[in-house]
Write a protein that binds this ligand. Structure first.
Ligand SMILES: [Zn+2]
Length: 374
């Protein structure tokens, strides 16, 4: 059972971004591996706090967590989120936080013998992807063409002479507490520990080029407008031999369908039939995103009748079945009649068979809607 992220950081659900950051720092110091060598419980707590901070410090992820809890990041086709992080991820991602407290040197100096190379991370890329109702119902693979920065072929890097590859520069400052040694990011390599040795053909000042790439994503069924899918490592690459690429964030833009109107997981369709079809009954073939469906209309079908086709709507994103397809029957009244047709209606103007006489089986429109959802 996963613990609540707010509980882990011991903050209220209304905590501000600054309070979240402060609470995480406190936990990070308390459970830092250098302060608790060999303590597995402390290490777990350290990771747990890092995971909570990763979610709560990101407004998109926080909003999803607030709405859906841990479920927001489980199942349903690989949303990025609360994966179990390893120590290197934590140190590289939250370097700024440790940097503030420990002067940056903490994560490299204090830790065991093996020297951890600094890593820079490439920028995330954001793209919008238009999706149709059929995409939403069927899900599956979609291919997206993107342009991302990659290291040019022929680009090579060497160890930064300024910081010796650590990415950090030590500084001694005098404070009211006495002399303090702090470390800051190396201004020559920008903290990557590496500088350009030779630039590949056509590359920019960092040895990078823009490259077209086709990324395939797995679209979960039942997605909505605005849902974001994260593809790890498909953002821009970072310069340097140890750089890790950013992510590709795909924002889904739902195209409205001109035949089927979506309402939650239900679909609505306006069916028009002629007066003879309504009077005599008919069969209709309807093309839906689920395939062709045969509709049977009884003789004497009333306008406003709603046919409900169970599970022919949109699959639920969280896997709770499917919505329904609701067919609203409309009877088309002709605006032009020839002489004989007009004569037929005139003759029947007063005929009892044509007089409206709604009985119990012809409920009002609102009663029908109520039945549907009750
Ligand atoms: Zn450097």
């Amino acid at each position: 059972m996963k613990r609540d992220y707010y509980e882990i950081l011991e903050i209220s659900r209304n905590a501000t971004a600054a309070e979240i950051k402060k609470a995480y720092r406190k936990k990070a110091i308390q459970y830092h591996p250098d302060k608790n060598p060999g303590d597995k419980v402390a290490e777990e707590k350290f990771k747990e706090a890092a995971e909570a901070y990763e979610i709560l410090s990101d407004p998109d992820k926080k909003a999803r967590y607030d709405q859906f809890g841990h479920q927001a990041f489980e199942g349903a086709g690989g949303f990025g989120g609360a994966h179990h992080m390893n120590m290197d991820d934590i140190f590289s991602q939250f370097g700024d936080i440790f940097g503030d407290i420990f002067g940056g040197g903490f994560s490299t100096q204090g830790r065991n013998q093996s020297h951890r190379a600094p890593r820079s991370r490439g920028a995330d890329l954001r793209v919008k992807l238009k999706i149709t109702l059929e995409d939403i119902i069927k899900g599956g693979e979609k291919k997206i063409k993107i342009k991302r920065k990659v290291k040019a072929s022929g680009t090579t890097y060497q160890t930064c002479h300024q910081c010796g590859g650590s990415g950090q520069i030590a500084r001694v400052t005098n404070t009211i507490f006495g002399r303090m040694q702090t470390t800051g990011t190396c201004h020559i390599c920008g903290g990557t520990g590496q500088v350009l040795q030779s630039r590949g053909a056509g590359s920019d000042a960092h040895g990078m080029v823009s490259k077209e790439d086709i990324v395939s994503i797995n679209l979960p069924k039942g997605v909505r407008n605005g849902v974001q899918l994260r593809v790890g490592g498909k953002g821009n690459e970072a310069p340097g031999a140890n750089g890790i690429p950013g992510d590709l964030i795909v924002q889904l833009v739902e195209q409205s369908d001109n035949k089927f109107k979506r309402e939650g997981n239900n679909l609505h369709y306006d069916l028009y039939i002629s007066i003879p079809e309504a009077v005599l009954g008919t069969d209709k073939i309807l093309k839906t995103p689920h395939g062709k469906i045969k509709l049977h209309l009884e003789p004497g079908t009333q306008s406003g009748k709603i046919l409900r086709l169970k599970h022919k709507g949109v699959p639920d994103l969280d896997g709770y079945g499917s919505g329904d397809l609701l067919i609203n029957v409309n009877i088309w009244v002709p605006k032009k009649l020839d002489k004989d047709q007009a004569e037929f209606f005139k003759q029947n103007f007063e005929h009892p068979n044509f007089q409206p006489n709604p009985g119990k089986s012809e409920k009002s429109f609102f009663e029908k809607i109520h039945d549907m959802f009750s």
